[in-house]
Design a protein around this ligand. Sequence first.
Ligand code: F6P
Length: 522
Amino acid sequence: MNHIACDQTPVWAALQNAFNTSGQSFDLRTAFATEADRFQAFSQDAPHVFADLSKNLIDRATQLLLLQLAQQTGVQAHRDAMFAGAAINGTEGRAVMHWLLRQPPARAGAVARDSLGPLAAELAQVHLTLDAMLAFAQSVRADRAITDVVNIGIGGSDLGPQMALLALDEFVLPAKRFHFVSNVDGHELASVLKRLRPESTLFLLASKTFTTIETMTNARSAKAWFEAQGGTDVALHFAALTTNVAAAREFGISTTFGFWDWVGGRYSVWSAIGLPLAIAIGEAGFREFLSGAHDMDEHFRTAPLARNLPVRLALLDVWYRNFHGFSSRSIAPYHSALRRLPAYLQQLEMESNGKRVNTLGAALGYATAPVLWGEPGTNGQHAYFQMLHQGTDVVPVEFVAVKRPKHDLPGHHELLLANVLAQAQALMQGKADAGGHRHFPGNRPSTFLLLDELTPASLGALIALQEHRVFVSGSLWGINSFDQWGVELGKVLAKDLEQRLASGDPAGLDGSTAGLLSRLRK
Ligand code: F6P
């Protein structure tokens, strides 16, 4: 498709000019003092999520220019192409349709959007697989003989279900234990295995490709352990979640749940990769998770750009990255159950948009994905928030807070909410009446995302919001957010080095690698 590079649009120079004249000296405190309706103008509701963007370094004129940037780079057409099932992942020749996984089934006799036209066949397959996977999840939930579920997978085949299962702890079936093994480091699998008995364990082998070395190594070791411990019925105790059903069968797994090459690994929690989550929260919970995400899809697909939350977040990302030059963003979920959200978002943002070439492979003249990092609050406050308040770099912070808790311990939640409000306030206000070590410069930007409650639906919406935001920033930067060639080189070199560790052959290696190899073999 015809994409205009962001720095080639007419509005790019206007944005640079706006940054030079007022953007870089913009002061949040002055803005709030002079704009009575700043909170209303820069906040909005989206499905299941309220967003306050008003503590960001942006004025109305800049917001309008950024919206023009979205128009001039063709974000809407790109979005529509994704929702039409076009092969927008050009380097792999694939469509990008994780959103279809949360599309409700077509209603009988439905027309137009409801029937999804040419995608109707895919949607029918999605629901056939979903129904089968949820029926399996229900049967595992009811099976009292199974006490432990072990997910073996890495990257998108680990982070999504793990993050969501922790986040939805309040909805998780207490009668079962869930384990996630991702690292090829045998310590991880060994420490899980020693707590298990084969007859009460279900292993889920989660791998889109069913070739990932870490997962296949762990899967082989798990199967060997199962057999060595006297486990018999592999069909009953192993299931595979993969697009490569044939490879899973060859591995000896007969219970398989498939998905499709148009689901990227980091976008796959909605597919069969979500099975551990479905077992944990049940069919109804998983369907709510999908439906919350679908609500956000519809928002992204239909809301005007100026009130489209993923679009507004992505425009801010570009403003910060390309004009202010901020190179990272910190995510601070004020909910301990969201403790794996930063890791999950790290893959989503950095594997999607950590690219230095455009969709045609030509080097870009501007920066792309920021480093994404963070920890839950209030823990982060006692670790790295010092740097956020008084360090030399400005790091935009994205707070996520939940209005209503699921516990009834008195005082805790009020204190938690007071802290998240205080941090956002302190970053912005600073403290000018003190000098030296006690001085806080303030004017440090933050976004505040608020959920009423942390439920399967609101979590689904929050994740879909982030997916679409990454889509839009990738689109503005003119990159392919759906491939990940950058992970290949290390995989190839690791294969070679695995052999050299056995043989000791240093021929052709650089001095450092050769030196380390020899030390490792001594
Ligand atoms: O190495 C990167 C990656 O390809 C991720 O994109 C993916 O989520 C992960 O590996 C796991 O891949 P698979 O699900 O095919 O095992």
